[in-house]
Design a protein around this ligand. Sequence first.
Ligand code: BYC
Length: 350
Amino acid sequence: MTQTTTDAGGGPGGGAGGGADADRLQAHFDEVIAHDRRIEPRDWMPDAYRKTLVRQIAQHAHSEIIGMQPEGAWITRAPSLRRKAILFAKVQDEAGHGLYLYAAAETLGVDRADLTRRLIEGRQKYSSIFNYPTLSFADVGVIGWLVDGAAICNQVPLCRSSFGPYARAMVRICKEESFHQRQGYELLLTMMRGTEAQRAMVQDAVDRWWWPSLMMFGPPDEASPNSARSMAWKIKRHSNDELRQRFVDMTVPQAEKLGVTLPDPELRWNAERGRYDFGTPDWDELKRVISGDGPCNEERIERRRRAHEDGAWVREAAAAHAAKQAARRDRDRDRDRGHDRDRKHDREAS
Ligand code: BYC
């Protein structure tokens, strides 16, 4: 079982100072990692570990928030009240995931407003998958099945990540993601039992989302600059390729049951490996999408920027309300202290 470590005297600065102190702090950190215990926000940690976590957790949080857009576009066009209520709840869950993750990032000494600014200014990334358009309601089902399915493969191991707040946030997120995946699969099963046109919509959506879903796991291991260090620190528990393979192995039987084909002529069972062989994603496409040149990058960021600006009055109102409450609490405390003083004075006088 994973345990929590004690404070080794670090704090958000993360600098170990020099000499024996630095060695002692580094040795403690290494021991915590080696014994599969957890680093907590007040523990000392190397600056590069902190930086890697901020990068990954912020990207993850941004992905959840930007990820509300492709499916959110279908809330007003859902085919029934039941589907609308389900989609509403799912998109709302994603907002919640973003909030847990921003909160986890803030324990590392960064500010959520600053992270949002970095996203809007294109200085921080979010998952490539959310730069593809949702063209039909079948896309909502396929996002649940494939995108949330890929997210589960990637994120269940993150529940054992070495940084406590991230690992704990992931436990709750994964529970909700697995519910999301089942709702997507159930929607697709329903459509596959429907008309010929509905089955064609599902197949078309699967054809469009299959390869982008495989790209969610990141570049191949030999082109993944961060993996080795993140795995040594037990932030990431498996390599990009290993998780991609797990996703394929999990998904192929589900596709067969659903009655859809996956758009990969090289996909076949390899009895020797006991795993599926599959084709190579278009890594140039992934690079283009990550660097801002996907089908919907501009639209997604513009929408996020507008939502942030439109929401400024809510943040200002909440801050003004909090300030008023704090001032009222101070006034009440001063008044109570005044009453206590008067009563003491009366007692002494009588
Ligand atoms: N898209 O060295 P690598 C969800 C970047 S939300 C964009 O392998 P790392 C959901 C990578 O950041 C799903 N960028 O990196 C929400 C790095 O760039 P920088 C989000 C990508 O970090 C709503 C560079 O490429 N999930 O499920 O070791 C509705 C080199 O890559 C991508 C997470 O965020 C990509 N696909 O591994 C429905 C999970 N891939 O930062 C569903 C947490 C790579 O050096 N994150 N890059 O400039 C991770 O597990 C890891 O960060 C990754 C990448 C596996 C994604």
